[in-house]
Every structure is written in structure tokens, then in C-alpha cells.
Write a protein that binds this ligand. Structure first.
Ligand code: GAR
Length: 196
């Protein structure tokens, strides 16, 4: 069985879309793949409840627990690796996981680590992508699924969705429209990776 581990920090709507697609398309039967665990760095992440409602086991590795020790980022990533590796994952899926990962973490999962970013990369890596696209006067925005490398929001592009920016768009209205596209391209890109 190819185990998928999903990392979240918030609502988990992409996670939800992946779990729903896996069920609807019978990934366990057709791809010998399943979502084995959902892990959050925030105990309050809404997506944790959602995962549990789907019958998926959840874990929390709270990054704030590491803030007072030497090398907190490295210590957090080491703890996270330990938790993830209990599931011997074929794929580690970042779905709104709002942490900058250490090069050691990224190297550990090289070729097995994917992310979705709410912009048409290489445009607008980092935060506040929708507001930045609006402020720049872009006519189109979108989302990108990509392999994760040590450089933030870089790496081989696996899928993109394009959404027009409308005249009265706010960051919120644009974000909502992009998100509906994310829910389509992320499960499809993962399905393709599992087939390859
Ligand atoms: C999504 O828009 C995702 O692209 C973005 O966070 C949101 C999470 O929503 N990710 C990043 O900004 C990563 N740099 P979700 O929790 O409902 O899936």
C-alpha cells in the first residue's frame, strides 16, 4: 500500500478534496494508495476534525512546543519526520501547511514531497499572493502544484489552474475562486503521481 501523509495548518479544504477524491475514485483498490494520516502543526486546525470525520487518524506536532530550545526549526522538523515516518509514506502532501521546512526535511522526502501554492509560480512565491496579484494589475491568478525543493515555493511544476482576476475582486473573493480550482488540480496531480 502506498501511504499518503497530509500536512495541514488550517481549514484543510485541500485535504478534504484529496480524501474525497481518494474515496470516490477508490484509490485503495485501483492505485493501492490511501491517506494514512493527517498531521497538523496547530492543535486548533479545523482540518483535524474534518479528517477524523472521514475516519482518518490525526496527529499534532505543535511547533510552539519547540520555541524555547536551541535550533527550534530543526527540532520541530526532526519530530515531524519521526511522526510522518511511522507511516512509511510514498507521498507527503503539504496542504496549507504554513511552515518553512528545513533543507534536511526536504532532502529526507526528496521526490516524495509536494505542495500547493496559491499563485501561478514562479510569480508570487511567499504570502499574500492574491493581494499582490491584484496590486500588480495581473489579469490572471491561479494555483500551482509543485515538487518541494529547499527553495521556498520552487520546484518542478506538476499542475496549474488559471483564474481570471475580475474588476472588483478582493483578495478574499479571488482566493475563494482559486481555492475551488485547487480542489480539482491537487487530487488530480496526486493521482497522476501515484500512477507514474
Ligand atoms: C490554500 O489556498 C493553499 O494553496 C495555501 O493555503 C490555503 C490552504 O487552504 N497554501 C499556501 O499558501 C502555502 N504557501 P486549506 O487549508 O483550506 O487547504
Amino acid at each position: 500500500m502506498k501511504n499518503i501523509v497530509i500536512l495541514i495548518s488550517g481549514d484543510g479544504s485541500n485535504m478534504d478534496a484529496i480524501i474525497r477524491t481518494a474515496k470516490a475514485q477508490h484509490w485503495e483498490k485501483h492505485l493501492q494508495a490511501k491517506v494514512a494520516c493527517v498531521i497538523s502543526n496547530k492543535p486548533t486546525a479545523k482540518g483535524l476534525n474534518l479528517a477524523q470525520q472521514h475516519g482518518i487518524s490525526t496527529q499534532v506536532v505543535d511547533h510552539t512546543a519547540f520555541s524555547n530550545i536551541t535550533n527550534p526549526r530543526e527540532a520541530f522538523d526532526t519530530a515531524l519526520i519521526k511522526e510522518i515516518d511511522q507511516h512509511t509514506p510514498a507521498l507527503v502532501v503539504l496542504a496549507g501547511f504554513m511552515r518553512i521546512l528545513t533543507p534536511v526535511f526536504v532532502a529526507h522526502y526528496e521526490g516524495r514531497l509536494v505542495n500547493i501554492h496559491p499563485s501561478l509560480l514562479p510569480a508570487f512565491p511567499g504570502l499574500h499572493t492574491h493581494q499582490r496579484a491584484i496590486d500588480t494589475g495581473c489579469k490572471f491568478a491561479g494555483a500551482t502544484v509543485h515538487q518541494v525543493t529547499a527553495e521556498l515555493d520552487h520546484g518542478h511544476i506538476l499542475a496549474q489552474a488559471v483564474v481570471p482576476i475580475l474588476e472588483n475582486d478582493t483578495a478574499d473573493s479571488l482566493s475563494a475562486r482559486v481555492l475551488t480550482q485547487e480542489h480539482l488540480i491537487y487530487p488530480a496531480a496526486i493521482e497522476k503521481l501515484l500512477k507514474d
